[in-house]
Ligand binder design. Structure first.
Ligand code: DX5
Ligand code: ZN
Length: 226
């Protein structure tokens, strides 16, 4: 079920087994994921390299009708936008710290018919974000330093999440507030109470000893009881 208006759980395939990506994506899709979060890293904006356009294209047929969100941890992401649109990606999130011209980049995303998102690292101030907030479908407050899965949630980001929530509500915007990094059965409630509504979960969902459906159900139960 796609709960567009309620809290949204987005499995991050960064924590999946890359050698059987089709099966991992299908497991998430069939387990009720609201969308899939796809982390592209370029070895420059962040140290690791994950994958690029070809992998996203190959994953798409496994998605069925589930939305595909691409989190671009790449320097100057504007160059990737036309190809992502051609594949049928639903949402593109770029880093405020990585764009030479943020407004142009957001315009490019939207003019290609995709939802636009901006991510901010844990220590990034939100002044620049405030000026583009009304052009955004998604704000992503990183709750770890971008680049690696399996890191611990940084609780000191919560005041910033609350400030963004307040700005969205004061301006009566439709912008969704997302968190990414260290989100698990304990921390999801903290981020939810701070005002987030979209939750990226990598290592809390995928892993050798984990059942994807069981993990998504547990996370959903925490949200339902919060
Ligand atoms: C990290 C990525 C995350 C990552 C989260 O830079 O943006 O999406 O997959 O992984 P967990 O949930 O394990 O912290
Ligand atoms: Zn991510």
């Amino acid at each position: 079920m796609n709960r567009i208006n309620g809290p949204t759980i987005l499995p991050s395939i960064l924590a999946a087994d890359f050698s059987k990506m089709g099966e991992e994506v299908s497991a998430a899709v069939e387990s009720g994921a609201d969308g899939l979060h796809i982390d592209v890293m370029d070895g420059r904006f962040v140290p690791p390299i994950t994958f690029g356009i070809q992998m996203i294209k190959d994953i798409k047929p496994y998605m069925k009708e589930v939305p595909m969100e691409v989190h671009l941890m790449v320097h100057e992401p504007i160059t990737m936008i036309p190809e992502l649109s051609d594949i049928g990606v639903d949402s593109v999130i770029v880093h405020l710290e990585a764009c030479l011209d943020l407004e142009d980049t957001l315009l490019a995303i939207r003019s290609h018919g995709m939802k636009s998102g901006v991510a901010v690292k844990p220590d990034t101030e939100i002044d620049e974000l405030e000026s583009v907030l009304d052009q955004l479908d998604i704000v992503l407050a990183m709750t770890v330093e971008p680049g690696y899965g399996g890191q611990a949630y940084i609780a000191s980001v919560e005041p910033k999440i609350k400030r963004i929530r307040k700005l969205i509500d004061e301006r009566d915007l439709h912008t969704q507030l997302e968190v990414d990094g260290g989100i698990n059965e304990s921390t999801i409630k903290l981020a939810y109470l701070a005002g987030a509504t979209r939750f990226v979960c990598g290592s809390a969902i995928f892993g050798p000893s984990k059942n994807v459906k069981t993990q998504i159900t547990k996370l959903r139960q925490v949200l339902d009881s919060s």
